[in-house]
Design a protein around this ligand. Sequence first.
Ligand SMILES: Nc1ncnc2c1ncn2[C@@H]1O[C@H](COP(=O)(O)OP(=O)(O)OP(=O)(O)O)[C@@H](O)[C@H]1O
Length: 645
Amino acid sequence: MNIYLRLLKYLAPSKSRIVIVFFVSILTSLFSVISIYSVLPLLNAVFSGSQPQQTSTNAPGVRLPDVPKLQSAKTTAMPVNTEVVFPDNLTDTKALKTWATAKFQQLFEAGSREETLLRICLFLIAAFFLKNLFSYLNGQLIFRIQTRTAKNLRDDVFGSIVEMQIDYFNQNRVGTLMNYVHNEVSSVNAMISSTFVNLLQNPFSMLVYVVVLLVLSWKLTLFAIVTSLLIFGIMRAIGIRIKSMARRLRDVMGNMNSVLQEKFSGIKVIKSSAFEDVELSRFKQFTRDYRKLDIRINRLKNIIGPLNETLLIAAVAMVLWYGGLQVFAGKMTSTELLLFAFTLYSIMGPFKTFSSMSTQIHIGMASAEKLFELLDTRPDIINGTRNIDGFSHSIRFEEVSFRYRKEPEAPFVLDKVSFEIRKGEMVALVGQSGSGKSTAVDLLLRFYDVESGRITIDGIDIREYDYKQLRQIIGVVSQEVILFNDSIEQNIAYGIRNGIDHERIERAARLANAHNFIMDKPEGYKTQVGDRGIQLSGGQRQRLAIARAMVRNPELLIFDEATSALDNESEKVVQDAINHAMENRTALVVAHRLSTVRNADRIIVMERGRVIESGSHKELLEMNGTYKHLFDIQFSDKTNENPTS
Ligand SMILES: Nc1ncnc2c1ncn2[C@@H]1O[C@H](COP(=O)(O)OP(=O)(O)OP(=O)(O)O)[C@@H](O)[C@H]1O
């Protein structure tokens, strides 16, 4: 769909406000035109009252305004009203003009010059007050429309990103994604407000101004229009250049966000390598490049204002020159010329924002294009329609092959892997680092789809199930624990939709051997864990992760290297928690340390993406193959270990 139409869709909820803005805009324009246009001839009429119609004191050929006098200068009393008749011929613009000005003047006629002047000044105040009141109202209304649009767009963008498959997050940096939600939406937002002001508020004033200009002198108007178009063209060319630079700047900014995020979360690594200075110099290089680009954009942006004004003032000056000659020639009155110049100057404001609109629109459209492209991207993982709330028999990997990179020459990360997890069983996946164990878990969770073969639950391909329901019946505890900056209670409850039931949370915490340490905290379950759970120890964080997995009472528990990041002591506590949690439950355990899986009903040994052995601990030792070899390496220095126990 056309980008403009799609943006209109976002404006649709504000349609009644837009209608109000339209009318308020007309009122604002009306009062701004009245306030400027009406007062000058009125004042002129008051002050020139003493002058005769054609006077020799004027420069040769200059005529005074062709309007009826409000009064004679010799007396402060008002003259008898001049009778103004509506012209018979409506094409006679001169007669119309005289009639309209005279009628307007009559509105202010008072008994004396002084009083007329006072009335005019009061009218001036009222007109400006009303103009500014409506302008304020309009600003408020436009801001509300704009923020609502931005909110809805931002919600949709976040909703779209959060629904993407895991691979999308592997390929896009966090900073880039943050940029979408923040900066790109903001520039669409700026475009919308600029368009509103320029398409609703300004056109009416501009139209009235142009009519005034045309009535005063079509030749001068033509001259002014040609100059304006020239300026518009120049501004547009600069706008296009700024657009492409702004896009580059935003990309660079997105990179900076990613870099900062990465550096601050990896601060321990930086500090332990004493690499602060290296990071600082890298950052300095980055900010240097950023600054250069920013200066180039700013140079262009700053040129626009002065250039615009110089060109417009040049146009006004040319008009004054040409108009002055007309006045000398008696083809135009001096008031008309003054009015023309004044109106031309007044149109500058709306015209200036109008020409800057093109830059705003260019930047905004580039962002809108990016955002709509994102909104149109559908997750690669296509959801199934079958419901699932548990399983009765087994989960099977049947000849599953998979690779992350799709190029033909890319190696398979899983190559025809087959194994089974029966209900109630504990199955372990072991093997060297990089053999594909975690990948198998990710495939079961449908973070990725298999390339060939299939994974079934009770005989049905998992691609047929609704993957959100599928993930709900699986509890995962992985090596990397992700806690949110919230209370312990909220962290455990993460993933429960229908409210927090404290009893349920406590039960899960007890199962995970976490209850006691939680109660030792000053605020118990309400204790805040800090950013990424920084206020807890590794073992405590891991036990909260187990509690979080348990709270949903999952059908299948997966432990992916859940203890590998812990020291021996914490490992023991966490391992106890795992054993406790696994009682009477189906579990898949991925482990390096073979001591943790020896009680498994079945151990699957993997090597370079293939299953090379499988059986119980005892059977595998008797096989005297890879498992036995791995076991011997791990326990060679533990003389008290009995391999067959
Ligand atoms: N997102 C990814 N994109 C590309 N390749 C990946 C990705 N994740 C893992 N790999 C590669 O896939 C292979 C299997 O990785 P996987 O994490 O499944 O192994 P693992 O057996 O769980 O290893 P470990 O025991 O060290 O966690 C490795 O060669 C790894 O480099």
